[in-house]
Write a protein that binds this ligand. Structure first.
Ligand code: ADP
Ligand code: MG
Ligand code: MG
Length: 254
């Protein structure tokens, strides 16, 4: 069972010629098969955590450790992290000119698996995964992210998740901008992946809405750059009723 361990993680960004500490000691353990919801107010550092785990160069690690089965993730390049099985859904949010979804997915799968998937079985795999996500087959031939609607971007993320089969999946605001039907389809995709028991999921969200479809094993409240409280699914109900106010008294910034 793969285990991602985050210990006392501290992360800063350079902004306006000053160094600003965003993550102030994050502790979290995610095991394969577990679903963790990370919830918190805007600006609390949730996306910073996601980007830091994926190795985004903008974020400077100033302290703490992140390991996957004891291996130092922070020492790995972005590609090495992907190969080790750490997947960030919005890792490639940009348009990739001239590269179709189908080729992009195969290239990603090749990078992660270390060998190219056999073309015939691959085409079938992609087709079936797209059907499950209610995606039109023509989507596979479109260029990555070119003119994608919000809903198409999210479906594309879940398509990657289903096909690339990471060990640790980080989904940042996968629910934002989705109508109820799309939210259901996307949630079903996450639940399918979850049912394999082979993926540990970090579901980052501001809203409790998606948790009606995906029942987390653990809920963590993120505030002021660290986890302020952890609990089970019932903590999400409390947040839905009471909001984040009690966690941010004293102001969002530090
Ligand atoms: P969340 O995802 O919880 O809304 P973020 O991680 O996006 O929070 O942002 C946390 C804080 O860090 C905010 O004050 C934001 O302005 C700041 N921040 C995040 N990324 C950057 C960046 N690349 N440059 C400057 N400031 C950043
Ligand atoms: Mg965010
Ligand atoms: Mg180091």
């Amino acid at each position: 069972m793969a285990t991602l361990e985050i210990r006392d993680l501290r992360v800063s960004v350079e902004a306006d010629n000053a160094t600003k500490e965003i993550l102030k000691g994050v502790d979290l353990t995610v095991k394969q098969g577990e679903t963790h919801a990370i919830m918190g107010p805007n600006g609390s550092g949730k996306s910073t955590l996601a980007y830091s785990l994926a190795g985004h160069p903008k974020y400077t690690i100033t302290g703490g450790t992140v390991t996957l089965d004891g291996e130092d993730v922070l020492e790995m390049s972005v590609d090495e992290r992907a190969r080790a099985g750490v997947f960030l859904a919005m890792q490639y949010p940009v348009e990739v000119p001239g590269v179709s979804v189908s080729n992009f997915l195969r290239t990603s799968a090749t990078a992660i698996r270390g060998e190219a998937p056999k073309l015939r079985t691959w085409v079938k795999e992609v087709k079936e995964a797209m059907e499950r996500l209610h995606m039109d087959p023509s989507f596979a031939e479109r260029n990555v992210n070119e003119g994608f609607s919000g809903g198409e971007k999210k479906r594309h993320e879940i398509l990657q998740l289903e096909l690339l089969k990471p060990r640790i999946a980080i989904l940042d605001e996968t629910d934002s901008g989705l109508d109820v039907d799309a939210l259901r389809v996307v949630s079903e995709g996450v639940n399918r992946v979850r049912e394999t028991g082979e993926v540990g999921t970090l579901l980052i969200t501001h809203y409790t809405r998606i948790l009606r479809y995906i029942k987390p094993d653990f809920v963590h409240v993120f505030a002021n750059g660290r986890i302020a409280e952890s609990g089970g699914a019932e903590l999400a109900d409390k947040l839905e009723a009471e909001g984040y106010e009690s966690y941010v008294k004293g102001g969002v910034s530090a």
